[in-house]
Write a protein that binds this ligand. Structure first.
Ligand SMILES: NC(=O)c1ccc[n+]([C@@H]2O[C@H](COP(=O)([O-])OP(=O)(O)OC[C@H]3O[C@@H](n4cnc5c(N)ncnc54)[C@H](OP(=O)(O)O)[C@@H]3O)[C@@H](O)[C@H]2O)c1
Length: 351
């Protein structure tokens, strides 16, 4: 078997670090050559100690991004779901790869079920449930939907025929990441939505929710999200019929929750520490001004990961585990002031 060249963006991130940890443990790892784009030279040096090649730079260095992409057999993009310019540069690189080698590289991009959101502001739940197997339903989403401009570029690259593309769309990812990269101190170990709600609660001294918290989101454990990338990669390798392009959307969920229930668990955990009352209250204009992304937490996003399951992904953690994870999340965040300060990544601070 010849060497497979991976190029990974976001390798120091919550999702990307967990995926890279699994690539290092893959049965074919000895045949993998992994290159990561990393912003911090210190983190790059630590990643090199694991046998990962690095290029110090950022998504805004488009020429570098294009070149690194042109050299990859498999590009795993986890840094930013919404960076259109970076995506175009990566696709340019994949096109060059095809022109030079005659082979279509694989792109596994990270989007999110934010694609499906409405504007409920916490006042209702919607009934539409999207399936990643239902291509027509996904194609009916407007080009203005969240993440859609980037996702459409990617699907188009597959249509044009110079790359084979797959898009993983995680929902609310929860849990504290573990693994080699966390142990080395290079990987962010906390997610975005639940820590975001906890941070907002701490900032206002009271757990909160958007409106009445009636909106619904799906959830998924971080380790099981990372599993999906590997299950998908293995499926692509063993079965060329694995859905790609317009049939290449893979949701990551294993249950869903009503936002009020999450806010209530946070309220009770904080009240037990003498912070606020055990009943969450609605965020105010002042809260939204301080943390505009809170608006996002009043949306609905409902889906079933049917296609992901059809390729052998078997998540077992459920919403019950997600609710139980909040206590540990809070304990850990309180121990890490730098994590409490960390702004969530992505141009739009997306989730
Ligand atoms: N977490 C979730 O629940 C979730 C769910 C669905 C979708 N998503 C989306 O998935 C993406 C990754 O999420 P995450 O939770 O893994 O975020 P994260 O922990 O903040 O990781 C982001 C990674 O990308 C890197 N990065 C960010 N901007 C970069 C830039 N301009 N140039 C080079 N590297 C850059 C970061 O590097 P540094 O180490 O230098 O910061 C880090 O390695 C985001 O777009 C997010 O919106 C997340």
């Amino acid at each position: 078997m010849s060497t497979t060249k991976f190029f990974v963006t976001g390798a120091t991130g919550y999702i990307g670090g967990s995926v890279v940890s699994r690539l290092l443990e893959h049965p074919n790892a000895s045949k993998f050559e992994i290159t990561a784009l990393v912003r911090s030279p210190e983190k790059a040096a630590k990643l090199e100690s694991l046998g990962i090649k690095t290029s110090v730079g950022s998504l805004s260095e488009l020429d570098k991004l294009e070149k690194l992409s042109s050299e990859a057999d498999v590009l795993i993009s986890t840094a930013d779901s919404d960076d259109l310019n970076a995506t175009k540069a990566m696709l340019k690189g994949l096109k060059k790869h095809f022109e030079v080698t005659g082979k279509r590289a694989i792109l596994i991009h990270t989007s999110g079920t934010g694609l499906l959101i409405d504007n409920a502001m916490g006042m209702f739940a919607y009934d539409t449930v999207y399936s990643d197997n239902n291509v027509d339903q996904i194609e009916a989403l407007p080009p203005t939907a969240f993440h859609r401009n980037v996702d459409l570029e990617i699907v188009n690259a597959d249509k044009e025929g110079y790359a084979i593309t797959y898009i993983i769309l995680p929902s609310t990812i929860y849990g504290i990441a573990t693994g080699k990269l966390v142990d080395l101190g290079v990987q962010h170990s906390h997610s975005q939505q639940l820590p975001g709600l906890i941070k907002a609660a701490l900032a206002r001294g009271q757990a909160g929710m958007v409106g009445e918290g009636k909106n619904i989101w799906p959830d998924v454990d971080i380790e099981e999200v990372a599993d999906l990338y590997i299950v998908l990669y293995d499926s692509i390798m063993s079965n060329p019929a694995t859905g790609h392009g317009r049939e290449g959307y893979y949701f990551a969920e294993n249950g869903e929750y009503v936002y009020y229930d999450v806010a209530k668990v946070i309220a009770e955990a904080l009240a037990a520490r003498g912070i606020g009352t055990s009943e969450p209250t609605s965020f105010t204009e002042e809260d939204y001004k301080r943390t505009p992304i809170l608006n996002y937490l009043g949306t609905n996003s409902r889906c079933r990961a049917d296609r992901s399951r059809s390729i052998g992904w078997k998540p077992v953690k459920t919403t019950k585990d997600m609710l139980a994870s909040i206590q540990l999340e809070l304990d850990e965040l309180l121990k890490k002031p730098e994590e409490l300060e960390r702004k969530i990544s992505g141009k739009q601070g997306t989730l």
